[in-house]
Design a protein around this ligand. Structure first.
Ligand SMILES: Nc1ncnc2c1ncn2[C@@H]1O[C@H](COP(=O)(O)OP(=O)(O)OP(=O)(O)O)[C@@H](O)[C@H]1O
Length: 250
């Protein structure tokens, strides 16, 4: 589904520039949920920008379903950390979700159905006429997720999407995302700083060190469906958490 081989990204020239991604290779399978952990500044956002075609790679190759990425791929959507900057304040919730769909070539009717379906999936079917600034932070991030879902992506890239909300909202959003992932059968690459979040959500966790290179790969074999209380109480959860903590510290 998604293949990254020897990705390298230097901001500026190779000799004097800033190496953000060193040598990154990994494969994400269809419908897999992969979380990426790494210290601040190790190149996670830059990696996502290259995967999404928003930034050109300096060298290496990225394939989405076998096709090289040389611009934003059709079947890919991106959810940013900062929902307050990704939603347009002068558009209603409904318009924020529906406006990118015409660029995908959906008819008005198809866009209407996809928008209503995505807003229902994130539990905001009754707030379609509200403006983003009338909603809480967690609700605004749900609108951003709905916008990505309505686009019917095969691959969803998420950059610390729950970092700016409180702990209770964050765990609610994690569970919402797991439900959506199962329902929409989408492939997810999710960047986070939070080890517990990575283990709770993922099929597999990759740990990066600067400049972005994979140092550790942990398979997460915790049973699904997962639950915030019982999954996190499992001995395997604690084992994975300490394995990843020590990988990050090294
Ligand atoms: N547009 C840019 N021009 C030059 N250097 C950049 C640019 N964007 C990022 N960098 C540099 O690339 C490196 C990786 O940054 P990036 O934002 O990808 O890291 P990150 O792991 O996502 O960080 P964080 O976890 O703090 O968000 C950093 O040294 C950063 O200063």
């Amino acid at each position: 589904m998604l293949e990254v081989s020897h990705l390298r990204k230097v901001y500026g020239s190779e000799e004097t520039g800033n190496v953000a991604v060193g040598d990154l290779s990994f494969v994400v399978g269809e419908k897999e949920f992969v979380c990426i952990l790494g210290s601040s500044g190790c190149g996670k956002t830059t990696m996502l920008r290259c995967l999404s075609g928003l930034a050109p790679a300096t060298s290496g190759q990225i394939l989405v379903e076998g096709s090289p990425v040389d611009g934003p791929p059709e079947d890919l959507a991106y959810v940013f950390q900062d929902y307050s900057r990704s939603l347009l304040p002068w558009m209603t919730v409904e318009r924020n979700v529906s406006f990118p769909l015409r660029y995908k070539g959906m008819s008005k009717q198809e866009a209407k159905i996809a928008t209503a379906d995505a807003l229902d999936a994130v539990g905001l079917g009754d707030r379609t006429k509200a403006f983003p600034w009338q909603l809480s932070g967690g609700m605004q991030q749900r609108v951003a997720i709905a916008r990505a879902l309505a686009y019917r992506p095969r691959v969803l890239l998420m950059d610390e999407p729950f970092a700016s909300v409180d702990a209770q909202t964050r765990s609610d959003l994690e569970d919402l995302l797991l439900g959506i992932w199962e329902r929409y059968a989408v492939t997810i690459v999710f960047v986070t700083h939070d080890i517990d979040e990575a283990v709770y959500l993922a099929d597999r966790v990759l740990v990066l060190k600067a400049p972005a290179t994979v140092t550790t790969v942990a398979d997460v074999d915790l049973p699904r469906p997962r639950d915030q209380i019982t999954t996190k109480a499992l001995p395997e959860f604690a084992r994975l958490r300490s394995e990843l903590l020590s990988a990050l510290r090294h």
